[in-house]
Unconditional design. Structure first.
Length: 150
């Protein structure tokens, strides 16, 4: 008669993919979710750098209006923080963050279009592409299923 495994010992027949999806060893979720989290983190980091540059410009340049300079600085910092919170929350598999993150990604499309129509296609086209890619990653069925499973 085979011996029962000791308390806390792993069954030798169980593999790294046994168990519920959120407890699988070595697997952090579907690729779409991982890429979406990475994209949100990169966008947050980019906006954080932009915030530093805007603060520097506020200090050394003469702004047309002080209110406009302060407003742009606050908006940039707020968006960097929001994207960071959404990315971290999706990394932690918090379902609530998916909807607002999709909205922010889709808002990049008109922002990018404004850049393109304003004569800055080198900036506008990548912004549109990032927004569409981010929204597609967040709307992917695998991403939704991974967030619903947790």
């Amino acid at each position: 008669m085979p011996e029962a495994p000791a308390a806390g010992a792993k069954d030798s027949t169980s593999g790294p993919l046994d168990g519920p999806p959120d407890r699988i060893q070595g697997v952090r979720g579907p690729a779409t979710l991982r890429w979406a989290v990475g994209l949100l983190a990169a966008q947050a980091a980019g906006l954080a750098v932009l915030t530093v540059l805007v603060v520097y410009a506020d200090l050394v340049a003469t702004a047309t209006t002080v209110q406009g300079a302060i407003g742009l600085t606050i908006f940039t910092a707020l968006m960097a923080a929001l994207l960071g919170v959404f990315g971290w929350s999706l990394h932690r598999r918090r379902r609530w963050a998916r909807g607002p993150a999709i909205v922010v990604q889709l808002l990049l499309v008109p922002i990018g279009w404004t850049m393109v129509s304003g004569g800055q296609p080198a900036f506008g086209i990548p912004v549109i592409a990032l927004g569409l890619i981010g929204a597609a990653l967040l709307l992917a069925p695998a991403t939704r299923e991974a967030l619903d499973a947790s």
